[in-house]
Design a protein around this ligand. Sequence first.
Ligand code: TRP
Length: 460
Amino acid sequence: MTTPRAQWGSRLGFILAASGSAVGLGNIWKFPYITGENGGGLFVLIYLVCIALIGLPIMMAEIFIGRESQCSPVGAFRSLSKRGSPWILSGWLGVATGLFILSFYAVVAGWSMHYIVLSLANSFDGKSPDDINAMFGDVASSASINVGWHLAFMAITIAIVIGGIKTGIERAARILMPLLFVMLIAMLIRATTTSGFPRAFNFVFGFHNEDLTATGVLEALGHAFFTLSLGMGAMITYGSYLKRNDDLVGVSLAVSVLDTLVALLACLVLFPIVFTHDMEPGSGPGLVFQSMPIAFSQMAGGGIWATIFFVLLFFAALTSAISLLEVVASYFIDERNWPRWTAAVVCGGFIALLGVPSALANGGAALFSSDMAAGPIGKDWMTMLDDLTSQWMLPLGGLFIAMFVAWRVGGAAREKGFKNGTRFSAMYGGWVFLLRYLVPIGVLAVFLNKIGVFAKLGWM
Ligand code: TRP
C-alpha cells in the first residue's frame, strides 16, 4: 500500500467508534425481544457466558488481525497467510454477511426514523396501550413507510461512509454514544418507580423457565456475535485503523463491557413497561416500538422524551450500520482500488436494493411475509436473513477467525502482538486456550445440536 493508512484520532476515539459499532439495534431492539421470546433469566445467563468466553476472545482475535495486518478482512487474511490460501474465503464470507445484515438492519433503523416523526407529532399522547401496540402493526405492514425510510437510512449511511474514518465515523460516535447511555440511565431511574419493575427484574435475572430450547442456545450464541459486531470482520476493519502498539485487550474489554451494559439496561427499561401494562414479553420485533411509546404516552412532556429516545436509537443504529457498510466498501477500496465514494455508493446502493424484500416482510407484501412464512422456509424474509446471518454465518466466521489466530498465526508473532502495549499480558495463555479449544468446540456443538445430530444419537 502506498498511501498512508487512515487512523483513529485517539484510542478513546477507537473505543467510542468500536462501541458505536457494537451498540446498536442489537442491544436495544433485538436483545430485549429475543430475551422475551426465550423466557428471560436462563437465556440471559447463557448469553453472558457466550459474551465472556466466546465473544471477548474473538473480539481480541479480530482486533489482533486488523491491527497486525493494517488491512481490511480479505487483505488481512491474505497478508497474514499465504497467497491463494483458503483463509481468504473467511474474508469474503464476512463481506457477504455484511451485505445481508445491513439489508434488513436498515429497515429496522427506518422504523426508528418513522418513530421520530411520530414522536415529533406527539402521536402517542393520550393513546391507550392497545392503540400504541396497533400503531406498530400499521407501521410495519406499510410498504411505502418501510421502503421509504429504508432508502433514506441507506442514503445517510452511504454519505457518512464517504466522509471517511476520522471526520465521519469517529465524530458522530464521540458525541452520540455517551448521550444514549445517559438517556437509558434516566429511563431506568424512572422504570424503578413503576409497579412492573420487580417482575421485570426477576424476569431478566431470575431463573424460572426451564424450557429454553436448543434453538434458544444457538440464538444466545448468535446474538453474542451480532451484538459485539463479531464474525464478519467489522472489528478487523476497525482494528486496522489502530496503531500497532495500541492495547487490544483493554479496548476489547471496554467495548464488550459497555455493550453488555447497554443491552441489560435496555431490558431493565423495557420490561417494567411490559409488565406494568400486562403486555406479552414474547411479542416479537415490535417490543421496543410498543413499550417505549406507552411509557412516553404517560409522561409529562412525553412527546419530547420520545423524540430524544428515537433520535438516539436512530444514531445507535447509524453508527452500527456505518461499520457494516465500511466492511463491504473497504474491500473494494483496499483490494480493488476503488475510490472511497464509488465503493460506498455502489455497495450501499446494492444493499439498499437487497433490503427491499425485508422492507416488505412484515406485511408490506404477502410474497415476503405471510406467504413466505407459510411456505417451506417457515419465516418471513427479514427473519430468514436475520436467523441465517446471526445463527449461522457470524458464528461460522467467528470460528474461522478464532482458528486462524489460534492455529495459523505463528506463536511468537501472536504472543508479541497480544502483549504489545497491554497491561493484561497475563491473559495471553487463557486467550489462546479459549480460541483453540472452547470456541471451536462450543460453536460446533451448537451447530451440530441445531441440525439435530445429538438428538439422532439419542444424547438429548
Ligand atoms: N452490533 C450491532 C448491533 O448490535 C450490529 C452490527 C454492526 C454488526 N456491525 C456488525 C453485527 C458487524 C455483526 C457484525 O446492533
